[in-house]
Design a protein around this ligand. Structure first.
Ligand code: ADP
Ligand code: MG
Length: 394
């Protein structure tokens, strides 16, 4: 993937930097500063070059109006503390006041501009708003991969009006995604789990065309097992998706090997520490539910990982929130982490519950890359072009 990087950006100019500052807030204060920290490398790389940095971000959903409770103002002080440098604030992301505030910044100074979504033109990607934003800077940097699936004025429109660069986080994310699915070292194994087939249909369809092997787990595997004639008792499944599941299996034939669970953990109740047993696919009782993959399946997955160079993973293999039904997910994640540490596997994972599951397994930091981008990650995994990324390509 070819895009401009910060190293190529000019020195001593004004950079408009789109960041993800949609942070969790409690009682008007930032309650988790992960996203602020994540923006520091880009800000520091630019200020070190003597650039002025004007930060653009959205917060929450003010729907095109000024909503005092959705101001970015409370973020300026914690950001300044993390940066160890002052962060000015302008109460609009366009206009004369913002322009004047940027003009008075010293070289290497940083200013946070007010919520881009206070303007209706942000989400409609209004060219007039993009033009007003572009008027404030000399070049544009996008460091918000998580917002790149949306063609908004501050994520896409402005990128066409100024020289546009990928920020450090964006660069890391794009490089990891390229290594996992764009131009991966083969064989490539996918693991897709989670609750439902219906929410991940496009994902499955795209992956069978790209991967060498695809392991399907979690609730969605139940639908596939049912489609193949297994008695799955009271398991979560979308029986109306059985035909679709069979179509996916048929489409994969000869291209991508599909791995389904070969044994399962079943219980009568969906609760933590419910009485559970491991059984084969021919032994699930009508009053039992499949809540996790069994140990033979985990062993098979580990073998598949050993024979792969690249792993891409979305979705837990079981109801990982309720032990002991976290075991297949935890053991598989730990096995992947081992292979990554030994330099044998490139492992990229993402998805809301997937990140939680990897944290629960204690190995989120041991994967090659874990994307916290949610919607943008999933759309990318589905093979959809992300407007914010497309606009950076050259
Ligand atoms: P992600 O957010 O990572 O994309 P999903 O939202 O698709 O993942 O799926 C996560 C959910 O799937 C979890 O809440 C988990 O409990 C549920 N799940 C996994 N396996 C099963 C199963 N066998 N039965 C019911 N729910 C399951
Ligand atoms: Mg989820």
């Amino acid at each position: 993937m070819s895009f401009r990087r910060i190293e190529d950006a000019p020195a001593s100019q004004t950079a408009l930097v789109r960041v993800d500052f949609n942070v969790p807030m409690a009682d008007g204060a930032v309650s988790d500063d992960t996203r602020l920290r994540a923006a520091l490398p880009t800000i520091q790389a630019l200020t070190a070059k003597g650039c002025k940095v004007a930060l653009l971000a959205h917060f929450d959903r003010p729907k095109g109006k000024r909503v005092a409770a959705m101001s970015l103002q409370p973020i300026a002080a914690p950001l300044a503390a993390l940066l160890g440098a002052p962060v000015a604030f302008a109460d609009d992301c366009v206009g004369d006041a913002a322009k004047a505030a940027i003009d008075t910044l010293p070289a290497g100074g940083v200013i946070l501009l007010e919520n881009t979504r206070f303007h209706a033109g942000e989400e409609t990607n209004d060219p007039a708003l993009a033009k007003q934003i572009a008027a404030l800077g000399d070049f544009y940097v996008n460091d918000a991969f998580s917002a790149a699936h949306r063609a908004h004025a501050s994520t896409e429109g402005v990128a066409h009006l100024l020289p546009a660069y990928a920020g450090k986080q964006m660069e890391r994310e794009l490089d990891a995604l390229e290594a996992a699915l764009g131009n991966p070292k083969r064989p490539v194994l996918g693991i897709v789990g989670g609750a439902k087939v219906s929410t991940k249909l496009e994902l499955l369809q795209h992956l069978i065309a790209k991967l060498d092997k695809l392991a399907i787990g979690g609730g969605m595997a139940n639908t596939f097992l049912y489609a193949q004639g297994a008695e799955i008792g009271g398991s979560l499944a979308e029986k109306d998706m059985a035909e679709t599941a069979r179509e996916i299996l048929a489409a994969a034939k000869g291209k991508c090997e599909i791995l389904l669970p070969i044994d399962v953990v079943v219980a009568k109740e969906v609760k933590a520490h419910a009485e559970a047993r491991i059984c084969g696919l021919d032994d699930i009782q009508p009053d039992e539910k499949i809540l996790d993959a069994g140990e033979k399946t985990v062993r098979k997955l580990r073998e598949a990982m050993k024979h792969s160079h690249t792993l891409i993973w979305n979705g837990p293999l079981g109801v990982f929130e309720l032990p002991p039904f976290d075991q297949a997910t935890v053991l598989t994640a730990q096995a992947a982490a081992e292979l990554v540490k030994d330099g044998k596997l490139v492992a990229v994972a993402g998805g809301g519950d997937t990140v939680a599951a990897l944290n629960h397994a204690g190995v989120a930091d041991d994967m090659t890359f874990v994307s916290t981008a949610g919607g943008a990650f999933l759309e990318w995994m589905e093979g959809k072009p992300l407007p914010g990324v497309e606009a950076l390509k050259r």
